[in-house]
Design a binder for this molecule. Structure first.
Ligand SMILES: [Zn+2]
Length: 129
């Protein structure tokens, strides 16, 4: 005869969080953002600004920018290239990257955006001095 084992009780708090894509939004304030646009200040880069907190974002939907995103981000934060090189993370600005899918214009906060080739959006925001 078939014996049914009692079902294991599942604690809903112990289920690992599934990564859920959501509409692209700001990494700092979660305000919805529009698609990044070509920026005449930095050739080849797609950038945008959060209308709520003024964070600058850079589209890296192929996940290949890496350090380049920093150069672009800091250049946009600073008044000129020279000042850009003196900005210190945690003092002058804060930085975050989140997974981003350029086709669906969605982000995933739970996924690790660091591996090379993972589509991501870089966010830079000036800190008040
Ligand atoms: Zn924002």
């Amino acid at each position: 005869m078939l014996k049914l084992r009692p079902r294991k009780k599942i604690d809903p708090n112990k289920i690992p969080k599934r990564s859920k894509p959501e509409k692209a939004c700001c990494a700092f304030c979660r305000h919805k953002i529009k698609r990044a646009q070509p920026n005449p200040q930095v050739a080849g880069a797609l950038t945008g600004t959060c209308s709520n907190c003024d964070a600058t974002f850079i589209d890296d939907c192929n996940g290949k920018l890496g350090g380049e995103a920093f150069v672009v981000g800091l250049t946009l934060l600073a008044d000129d290239q020279e000042q850009a090189m003196t900005l210190r993370e945690g003092f002058d600005y804060e930085q975050r990257a989140i997974c981003y899918d350029g086709r669906s214009h969605q982000v995933e906060f739970e996924r690790d955006p660091r591996p090379y080739g993972v589509g991501r959006m870089w966010f830079f925001r000036k800190l008040e001095v």
